[in-house]
Design a protein around this ligand. Structure first.
Ligand code: FPP
Length: 246
């Protein structure tokens, strides 16, 4: 296995963890068993990413649309999240990981929010990788929320609308202070963005794999990172411009 180039790693890796349900169905198991197995993958990937030197890892764990799933599945997912956050804090401390959440936290059960607050407070001084869970997250809603607060700040005279630029706008998003993702991985063969980080993914490299999330392992991660390292990111420029630096 060729080694990864440390100077060409994505600074921010975002992942749409998909295929837990199908993984379970293929094995005649209940969907929740797929989610449980998915949590094991989360543990392993968080550890691998922090070891490899990723600075920001953002995982799409629950979308604003996922509330419409059967009540039993939603409850089971919330219980899994709560347990995961509580049980992972010691390991986050060991790995110097800082914990964060993006999304509409008001919609989450109180018990989950309590664990989130504790995990954020306990890990806030860590200087290694930032692990961000997207929970009750929807990108269009995030953008609308930003527009609405910008309008309110403009009406209140706090900002001048004629000064509105990309940097100012991005500061109103949940991801304020987090660089845009360099690489997005989506598992399970679906080739969609599904309302995830629509603004932030403008220049992100996309990587799709057929592997279901419970089967995504360190070799799969390595393959995605290797693929990323072999790409040329042009940000709208030509190859020649990039090489000459002009
Ligand atoms: C997609 O699989 C996955 C989710 C909706 C939730 C992801 C959740 C986990 C990996 C477990 C909990 C997370 C953490 C961070 C502890 P799906 O159910 O949509 O699969 P399908 O498309 O095959 O039905």
């Amino acid at each position: 296995m060729r080694r990864l180039k440390p100077d060409r790693l994505p600074r921010h890796l975002a992942i749409i963890m998909d295929g837990n349900g199908r993984w379970a169905k293929q094995r005649m198991l209940q969907r929740i068993v797929g989610h449980q197995k998915g949590v094991e993958t989360v543990r392993m990937i968080v550890e691998e990413c922090s070891k490899v030197g990723i600075a920001y890892l953002t995982l799409f764990a629950f979308s604003s649309e996922n509330w419409l799933r059967p009540k039993t599945e939603v409850q089971a997912l919330m219980a899994l999240l709560k347990k995961y956050i509580r049980s992972e804090v010691p390991r986050m401390m060991q790995n110097n990981v800082r914990f964060a959440v993006i999304g509409n936290r008001h919609e989450l059960p109180q018990g989950v929010n309590k664990e989130i607050d504790e995990a954020i407070a306990t890990t806030s001084g860590n200087s290694g990788m930032q692990l961000t869970l997207a929970l009750s997250y929807g990108s269009r809603r995030e953008i609308l929320g930003a527009v609405s607060r910008i309008a309110a700040d403009a009406t209140a005279g706090k900002i001048d609308p004629s000064n509105l630029d990309e940097k100012l706008f991005a500061g109103y998003l949940y991801t304020d202070g987090i660089p845009d993702p360099d690489l997005l991985i989506r598992t399970s063969g679906e080739m969609r963005i599904s309302n995830f980080l629509l603004w932030q993914l403008a220049y992100t490299e996309l990587y799709f794999t057929d592997v279901n999330w419970p089967d995504f392992d360190s070799l799969q991660l390595y393959k995605a990172l290797k693929d990323y390292q072999d790409r040329e990111r042009r940000f709208g420029l030509t190859s020649e411009q990039l090489r000459s630096g002009k």
